[in-house]
Design a protein around this ligand. Structure first.
Ligand SMILES: [Mn+2]
Length: 376
């Protein structure tokens, strides 16, 4: 058991292994217009002109962070993906969409996890590589900080929940592997607090492989890896599934959880689905929920700018109804939206992208941020 760092030690770590919002993808020119617009709106035009964005962000970690109930975090990593990359741009594009439309959102943006795009998790690295990347990122070979996006995210989330047990994180990914460290740290923290929690997972895919080509933590496996951290598998609900090599019965029997495939959501209607979930979770004594939202849960007509768009999916209305009912019955104390790949446009997609995907993601994110910003 590692010792819990002080608030100041934690803030010092954030300054090293995180960046101001929108800077987690290391680039000079690509999407710089988006980043500059975001920074102008967040920190003021003068801050951009005078090149003091980082200084203001660092100051805000001491002053503004303690005041906000809901905190926005970006993990611009798509190293855990694999069909079509590009979700590393999700945090910048979605934030820019949110700040353009909703300057009144009550949340503090804590910034991005620093991402070395070739790295996923430190357990896949040898000592020499870790030393070299530590030198590149932190100017020290011996500093005891993680270097891969998922390892940094886990350290951050663990520390965050220890320091701020009543705050909630809204995380923007990233491919879906980035949910693994966030949900794991959340579940461990809630267990330590004695809170009963469940995981609600919206997705076209089950993400339930035990490993994919020998890799145990990636976009296709993260959910199966997270089940052991739940009180039981029945504390997991998956909604919107339709692109799976196996039947629903296979997965439910293997893991012992509940799935609502997209067709069942259409057949039952979102109100009935939501009511069933509420009854199920109340029976388990659940008080709080984490919602992990893979944008490809939605039909490709609404979410085309993603790595694996799928037909036959939900419209934005159905998840909204389900989340609204869940919010009326449980506290939402953690959530994420992942797999938005703004520069990706698969050939079968007809609508204007990434605008359509961002518009829908904006509405879903706004709901979650507002829900988590409310004091119950
Ligand atoms: Mn997924």
């Amino acid at each position: 058991m590692s010792t819990i760092p002080s608030r100041n030690e934690f803030i010092s770590k954030i300054k090293l292994y995180m960046t101001p919002p929108g800077e987690g993808v290391f680039t000079v020119h690509a999407a710089s217009d988006k980043r500059i617009n975001l920074h102008k709106k967040m920190f003021g035009p003068d801050a951009v002109k005078e090149n003091i964005v980082r200084a203001i962000w660092e100051e805000s970690l001491d002053k503004t962070l303690p005041l906000s109930k809901c905190v926005i975090l970006g993990i611009p990593s798509d190293c855990g993906g694999g069909i079509q990359r590009g979700a590393n741009w999700g945090p910048l594009y979605l934030r820019e969409s949110l700040i353009n439309s909703r300057e009144d959102l009550r949340a503090y943006d804590i910034g991005d996890i620093r991402v070395v795009p070739q790295l996923l998790h430190d357990k896949y690295l040898n000592d020499e590589t870790i030393k070299k990347v530590r030198l590149a990122l932190f100017q020290s070979e011996t500093i005891s900080l993680p270097v891969s996006p998922l390892s940094i995210a886990y350290d951050f989330a663990q520390n965050f929940h220890q320091q701020f047990p009543s705050k909630s994180i809204f995380m923007i990914g990233g491919d879906h592997s980035v949910s693994y460290p966030m949900v794991r740290a959340y579940l461990e923290a809630k267990k330590a607090q004695g809170k009963k929690v469940a995981l609600i997972h919206f997705d076209a895919h089950t993400d339930l492989l035990e490993e994919r080509m020998g890799i145990d933590i990636c976009f296709g496996t993260w959910t199966s890896q997270i089940i052991p951290f739940l009180e039981s598998a029945s504390h997991l609900i998956q909604i919107g599934i339709r692109a799976s090599g196996k039947e629903r019965g296979h997965w439910e029997k293997k893991f012992g959880h509940v799935q609502y495939w997209a067709q069942e959501v259409f057949d039952l209607g979102p109100n009935m689905v939501a009511d069933e979930i509420v009854v199920h979770l109340k029976k388990l004594g659940v008080e709080e929920i984490y919602i992990s939202f893979d944008i490809d849960c939605l039909d490709q007509e609404y979410a085309g700018a993603t790595g694996t768009p799928e037909p036959g999916g939900l419209s934005p209305h159905e998840p909204m109804v389900i989340m609204q009912t869940l919010f009326e019955n449980f506290k939402i104390t953690g959530s994420d939206i992942v797999e938005i790949a703004p520069m990706v446009k698969p050939p079968q997609i007809k609508q204007i992208e990434p605008e359509t995907t961002l518009l829908v993601a904006n509405a879903l994110s706004t709901f979650l941020i507002q829900a988590m910003g409310i004091d119950h």
